[in-house]
Design a protein around this ligand. Structure first.
Ligand SMILES: C[S@@+](CC[C@H](N)C(=O)[O-])C[C@H]1O[C@@H](n2cnc3c(N)ncnc32)[C@H](O)[C@@H]1O
Length: 266
């Protein structure tokens, strides 16, 4: 059986990484060919963008007074993350979710991180001392039923297929385990859309460029707006979670984010 190394620990990989759906791809957003020519280039484009902007990611968080870090921890606790649990943080980036999870699970618990960007992992290593693996959401190098919680903060738009990704989350969760996802959110009302666009397409990219002096960091924020504006609907996300077996998926929109929580049946 194949194994993956995580922080010096060998963990057997599942015999099957196949999605548990009918095989139909569910795209996380419509194609954005103004950034990359072909869909097949999307993943390398995204990882390259994160590698280049990684040193500035925490500066962007600070523009919001690190409220995002506090909110991630608050939302995880509300979803039931508690002492002693075993967590997989997918798309850990610089560790914004993982840090909160470490505090909540305490010394009895364990938090694992995974991300495809070496730049983001290097930043995470400055604040997160648990096991980290390089990899993608749609192909997790972990055995079945390993985790009490799977978390993913502000990254769902970057996966290649929502169905495969949710099937992987379902596979690595133990029965009764929880999936928690935080994602950007655009209100459906005309005024809400106009205001969100003003902030995320104009004001925040301009602030990012001013404070980081990095065109890559600004491009990351431009890309953020375009992907959330073109993202699959909440209904599509909930249906796709249900299709792979999650029960009671629910969401709570707290502008400018939306959190999704779903359980794997016992
Ligand atoms: C906006 S950051 C989010 C970081 C962190 N989770 C947070 O809440 O701030 C998005 C992360 O998704 C990662 N990523 C991109 N494509 C991915 C994929 N297919 N699977 C998993 N992670 C991916 C990027 O490398 C990046 O670190």
């Amino acid at each position: 059986m194949a194994t993956a190394e995580q922080g010096g620990i060998e963990i057997p990989m599942s015999a099957s990484n196949e999605p548990k759906t009918g095989g139909e791809r569910v795209a996380p957003h419509s194609p954005l060919d103004r950034y990359y020519e072909r869909e097949s280039n999307r993943h390398s484009y995204v990882v390259d963008l994160f590698n280049k902007s990684a040193p500035h990611y925490n500066t962007i968080e600070k523009l919001f007074f690190n409220v995002g870090l506090w909110y991630r921890r608050f939302s995880l606790r509300r979803a039931g993350l508690a002492r002693g649990m075993r967590v997989l943080d997918v798309a850990m980036g610089t560790g914004a979710v993982a840090r909160g999870a470490v505090q909540l699970v305490g010394p009895e618990g364990r938090v694992f991180g995974i991300d495809p960007s070496v730049g983001m992992i290097a930043e995470a290593r400055k604040v997160f001392h648990g096991p980290v693996t390089r990899g993608v959401a749609g192909e997790l190098p972990f055995a079945d039923e390993q985790f009490d919680f799977v978390t993913m903060g502000i990254a769902l738009r970057h996966v290649s297929d929502l169905a495969t990704t949710f099937a992987e989350y379902f596979r690595v969760l133990r029965p009764g385990g929880t999936l928690w996802i935080l994602e950007g959110h655009v209100p459906t009302s005309r005024l809400g859309h106009w205001f969100t666009k003003l902030m995320w397409a104009t004001v925040i990219p301009a602030m990012t460029l001013t404070f980081t002096r990095s065109r890559d960091a600004k491009l990351l924020m431009d890309y953020y707006w375009d992907t959330i504006d073109e993202a699959a609907s909440r209904e599509t996300l909930m249906q796709t979670m249900k299709a792979v077996g999650f029960e009671e998926p629910r969401y709570r929109a707290a502008h400018p984010v939306c959190e999704y929580v779903a359980r794997k049946p016992q």
